[in-house]
Design a protein around this ligand. Structure first.
Ligand SMILES: *Cc1c(COP(=O)(O)O)cnc(C)c1O
Length: 374
């Protein structure tokens, strides 16, 4: 993992100096692996909103429920953070082409950032990946293959290509820079909470890179004396159809084992065995956090409820974190006044296949009846 001279960085990386910089992930340059700013690959990334959820929070018994909405990043998911840094650093290293397995959003992001600077993307994804992700990769010029299997199978195929052609391996945690991009999510949320640590952070965990990244960000800020020593309690949220981290956490293990028959609507977290599982589990144990699995029906019901109460159309993975918060509140693991932050990792627009109820079809001369809410 990337390490920095925190003492040197601290000379210019201060609360005050940061506040005066552009509101984007690039503002954290001292703690990013890029040497030269000219190598930045950017679509104009901005800070993502920290959205309070007062209506739903009240209904669920949480007074301070927030959602950080990563669906507004370029390519519609927080994978843009990893791709922005990963591709920029690859460019700096002179990489001309990379290969990677993906469940969809990482491929979409890396293809876009890569193509922007003429780096070729070779992408293998499960044939069951969301259609939009396949379209994104194709439309941004990647070479795309589908595999009749899971992301782990895609990973094996990429591994063989890396061995045979020596192509740059952009798989999760096979290169150390993607996580540095995802780390900026942690810096950003701490700044948005005015340099306070939330009590609980819920993260939809597939490979777990985002969770590890937030944890690393907080640790670095603490080591620099910029943040109190307290950690937020991290919650790894998984789907019942694919919950290797939850199973390992419940058994107090330090590593997970492969989850057979992985299957969930929350495709971004359909990862049967994460390479960085031990790091995710370490963050959970160190922070006195937990891991919890949510079934698909509850995920989809919560996705709809979030839209109906807060007007946010988020992805199933993000909805799982709110469903998890509701369940942990029920179990009193979360107290009513605690500051609870759920991470929404992508926009709901990426998943047009969510069940659409039958809508009434009108003739052009029809009239409609409206009953307003009291
Ligand atoms: C990739 C992805 C995740 C999981 O992210 P990790 O950091 O790899 O655990 C969650 N949600 C969405 C929408 C994703 O694309």
């Amino acid at each position: 993992m990337a390490r920095y001279d925190l003492l040197a960085a601290g000379k210019t990386f201060t609360r005050e100096s940061l506040a005066a910089r552009e509101p984007s992930l690039w503002r954290y340059s001292e703690l990013l692996p890029l040497r030269e700013a000219v190598n930045r690959v950017s679509f104009g990334e901005q800070f993502t909103p920290m959205v309070p959820m007062p209506s739903l929070g009240e209904a669920l018994g949480m007074e301070r429920l927030f959602m950080k909405d990563e669906g507004l990043l370029p390519t519609g998911s927080f994978k843009a953070r990893g791709a922005a840094l990963g591709v920029s650093r690859a460019r700096e290293l002179g990489v001309r082409a990379f290969a990677m397995p993906t469940n969809g959003n990482a491929g979409g992001a890396w293809a876009a950032y890569g193509t922007r600077v003429g780096i070729d993307a070779y992408i293998v994804m499960p044939k069951s990946a969301p259609a939009i992700n396949k379209v994104e990769c194709v439309m941004t010029g990647a070479h795309v293959w589908l595999v009749d299997g899971l992301i782990s199978d895609a990973g094996k195929i990429v591994g063989k290509a890396v061995a045979e052609y020596g192509i740059y391996d952009a798989s999760t945690l096979k290169e150390p820079y993607r996580i540095e991009g995802k780390k900026t999510l942690g810096f950003e949320l701490i700044e948005q909470f005015a340099w306070n640590v939330p009590d609980v952070i819920l993260y939809p965990t597939g490979g777990g890179v985002g969770l590890i990244g937030i944890y690393k960000a907080i640790r670095e800020l603490q080591a620099m004396g910029l943040l109190e020593e307290r950690l937020p309690r991290f919650v790894a949220v998984q789907a019942e159809g694919c919950a290797p981290i939850v199973r390992a956490f419940d058994a107090r293990q330090t590593e997970s084992t492969f989850w057979d028959g992985a299957n969930t609507v929350a495709f971004g977290i359909n990862v049967p065995k994460a390479l960085g599982d031990f790091l995710v589990l370490e963050a959970l144990y160190e922070s006195e956090g937990t891991a919890i699995a949510i079934d698909d029906a509850s995920i989809l019901a919560m996705q709809r409820r979030i839209g109906e109460t807060e007007g946010l159309f988020i992805c199933p993975e993000g909805a799982a974190t709110i469903a998890a918060a509701a369940e942990l509140r029920r179990r009193e693991w979360i107290a009513p006044q605690e500051r609870v932050l759920a991470i929404n990792t992508g926009t709901g627009l990426k998943y047009p296949d969510v069940t659409l109820p039958k809508l009434e079809l009108l003739q052009p001369d029809a009239t409609i009846r409206i009953e307003t809410r009291k």
